[in-house]
Design a protein around this ligand. Sequence first.
Ligand code: FAQ
Length: 310
Amino acid sequence: EDPIKLAEFEARIDRGEKIEPSDWMPQLYRKQLTRMIEQHAHSEIIGALPEGTWITRAPGFKRKLALMAKVQDEVGHAQLLYSAAETLGKPREEMITDLINGKSKYSNIFNYPAFTWADSCFISWLVDAGAIVNQIANSKGSYGPYCRALERICAEESFHLKYGHHCVIHLATGTKVQREMMQEAFNRWWTPMMHFFGPSDKISVHSEILMRWKVKMSSNDECRQQFLDMYVPKIWELGLTLPDENLRKDPETGEWQFTEPDWEEFKRVINGDGPCNKERLAVRRVAEERGAWVRQALLAPKAKYVAPLA
Ligand code: FAQ
């Protein structure tokens, strides 16, 4: 890599300038960004699956409408992100193939089953909340197309968050059966939620270079702390508990303390061996196969239109 170009590139990043697709960038910047944006796009599209199955079973017409709009938004986010990743040179078809073949990663959390309506509510409120913490930070980052996609995504996610919060409040303040169902969802989802922000900074592989080049604007631990700070009080306020007896805010440091979640489970899940990995990829594979004729028709040379005889 040309050291002068690299120094100029880093000076631009330090000045807070945006890097655009036609600008010079180090190979590693391109590679890391492609990996991260692609994984993010896959997460949105796979993330639509656990909630998507609840559309027909959502309680009442209003909830069905809102959930349908939310799931549609998530798929739209994937489209925005695939487009942003494509500006770095990797074709979309290749990204989809890598997802379906299990080569590319996507968020750990969507490999868990949404057994009940309360699970769907948990995702809408807290998984979206976690995503927003990460995305608001990174929308101030260095790569123009990714930042612009994130800004739009965050605006839409803020509606999801309000919808999800409303759903959780409804169950948490409802009948005994509803409250229990919500509590069980919290018990099931808490560990994957703690994993969601990635491994601790001490062992995160990519954080150092991504933060130096302002792709990641907050570290994994900073995002996790911010999430705990913003949402644990709101969860406790609803009379719900979290399945970690060590979870508390240290009054002196202002830091949240918690039991380290099982990182072996995290590794298994992100490497293809979670409760729903096979099912999630199978659904995407079928969708690709069923949609193939549409892509072929769009790519085929236009058939000549012959006007019918009068
Ligand atoms: N899941 O060195 P680090 C959403 C992997 S969008 C799976 O710390 P990095 C919207 C990582 O890839 C949710 N894998 O990695 C929605 C790497 O593996 P590799 C997605 C994970 O990149 C809501 C290895 O571990 N958001 O939810 C995870 O510096 C509701 C080492 O880790 C984004 O993708 C994980 N949680 O930091 C949709 C945001 N964490 O590639 C529907 C953009 C780590 O070397 C319903 N991404 N790994 O094989 C990021 O901010 C970062 O990539 C992190 C990970 C923070 C996820």
